[in-house]
Design a protein around this ligand. Structure first.
Ligand SMILES: *Cc1c(COP(=O)(O)O)cnc(C)c1O
Length: 231
């Protein structure tokens, strides 16, 4: 039987993740794959579930909430998906995001932290895993926490009992030199770990740069088009 194109691309990416991990002297299971399914259909998510993938990334609440609900209603694999929110989240979408997502990769500003705390307080048993998104551009107008402000912001995140701080997240710039961005992320991660030893995870690496990200310690890869294809 021939594999589908999706299965082939997934298998190619998984092979490359395994080789890059080995080459970096890292265990394969230190690195988690999140398939970014934004702009793609519910059917694609169902096919990925059948292929054994269960971690999915989305970057728009409206699309993600509808997709998560449809997957919930039609998924017959017996595997429960975990939805990762990876995009910029408007404060008025926090409540909706909490309805389906269990990991937020893009905690990027104090006002979002405030809103998370406020909404979570309504259900005291609910907790959310979060990464602090770094601004790697030196342009304070862009989203994300500047590396110099990371520790002060992380102290506030750690005070929020319903948030579980996993680590830092970053997106490499598009100038073709991802290594320098991943070095900054790794350095920020090392600083954060001195404050919060459990917040040791690093969300970094996309279709074009995930092998480089693995070399620099990434633990959560957010890979879209290399697996899903273009749309
Ligand atoms: C879209 C997206 C990805 C995946 O990008 P690809 O280049 O398709 O792998 C990863 N992270 C974030 C924040 C995204 O918005």
């Amino acid at each position: 039987m021939t594999q589908t194109a999706l299965a082939e691309r997934l298998s190619e990416v998984c092979t490359r993740i395994a080789s890059a991990s080995l080459a970096a002297n890292r265990q394969r299971d230190e690195v988690q794959l999140i398939v970014v399914t934004k702009n793609h259909s519910v059917d694609l998510v169902l096919e990925l579930l059948e292929l054994g993938e269960s971690n999915f990334g989305e970057n728009k609440d409206q699309e993600a909430s509808a997709k998560a609900e449809l997957v919930r209603l039609t998924n017959q694999t017996g595997i429960n998906p975990t939805w990762h929110f990876v995009g910029q989240l408007q404060s008025n979408k926090v409540k909706s995001m909490l309805g389906y997502s269990s990991v937020l990769h893009s905690l990027d500003r104090p006002s979002l932290l405030q809103e998370l705390v406020k909404q979570l307080a309504k259900s005291p048993e609910h907790s959310l895993d979060v990464f602090i998104e770094l601004n790697l551009t030196q342009d304070p107008g862009r989203g994300g926490i500047l590396p110099d402000h990371l520790i002060a912001f992380a102290e506030n995140v750690l005070e929020a009992e319903q948030l579980n701080l996993l680590g830092v997240m970053g997106v490499a710039g598009l100038d073709g030199e991802p290594a320098k961005y991943f070095e900054t992320i790794a350095k920020s991660s090392a600083e954060l770990v001195t404050l919060a030893p459990l917040a040791k995870f690093i969300s970094a690496g996309m279709s074009g740069d995930y092998e480089e990200a693995i070399r620099h310690g990434a633990t959560h890869l957010r890979i879209g088009t290399a697996i899903t294809g273009n749309r």
